[in-house]
Design a protein around this ligand. Structure first.
Ligand code: TYD
Length: 205
């Protein structure tokens, strides 16, 4: 039986990482094979492209094209083979991030992104996408407290993240069965309960 594909999204500082670890643990406790991966990245080439994407200034179209180049490699080398052998794939960001960041955040024409999406993974869509939703100001506070050196995206102003957030919310409104907003401005255990309920729903479907 083919595996299931879960993607996790949200603005920088939304707190995806600890929740992803929990999803992976939950699925493994059910005896499932789980591939935990990320974008941009997930392959040798993809990780090299990630370095460029996160640190090198570039033209907006170049940024979108490199995101999708990394994604093509990831889908072909990792995601499709895993799903085909029955593994579950949990991916930290996927194409919704391109619609949100390059589309919403930077203003790239969404039709162009949709064309690239169709080209790169026409038939493949996540079975479930969790979007951790919170105010950009709250997310910025979390990033500042974490104290890591900010990458190109994390250096953006809150106005940018407000547009990214709105784009994610629009994706959820347009595809409410797949894209689920999770209120991320709560204590970790409350967020975790919602995440668990959504993942259990997918396990039962
Ligand atoms: P992120 O997933 O936040 O990694 P970390 O938690 O290690 O910081 O970093 C990836 C960054 O790349 C994030 O700022 C969003 C951005 N991004 C895009 O702009 N477009 C995309 O299509 C993807 C996949 C990511």
């Amino acid at each position: 039986m083919r595996g299931r594909f879960i993607t996790v999204e949200g603005i920088d500082g939304a707190g995806k990482s600890s929740q992803i670890a929990h999803i992976v643990e939950l699925l493994r406790s059910r005896g499932l094979e789980v591939v935990s991966t990320r974008e941009p990245g997930g392959t040798r080439l993809g990780e090299r492209l990630r370095e460029l994407l996160l640190h090198e200034p570039m033209n907006l179209e170049t940024e979108a094209l490199l995101m999708f180049a990394a994604r093509r490699e990831h889908v072909a080398q990792v995601i499709e083979p895993a799903l085909a052998r029955g593994a579950w794939v949990v991916c930290d960001r996927f194409s919704d991030a391109t619609f949100a960041y390059q589309g919403g955040g930077r203003g790239l024409d969404l039709h162009k992104i949709a064309q690239l999406e169709d080209w790169v993974h026409g038939k493949l869509q996540p079975d479930l996408t969790l979007v951790f939703d919170l105010e950009p100001e709250v997310a910025a506070g979390r990033l500042a407290r974490a104290g890591n050196a900010p990458d190109k995206f994390e250096r953006e102003q809150t106005g940018f993240f407000a547009r990214v957030r709105a784009a994610y919310q629009a994706r959820a409104a347009n595809d409410p069965k797949r894209v689920r907003l999770v209120d991320a401005d709560r204590l970790p255990h409350a967020i975790r309960d919602d995440v668990e309920a959504l993942v259990r729903g997918l396990l039962q479907s």
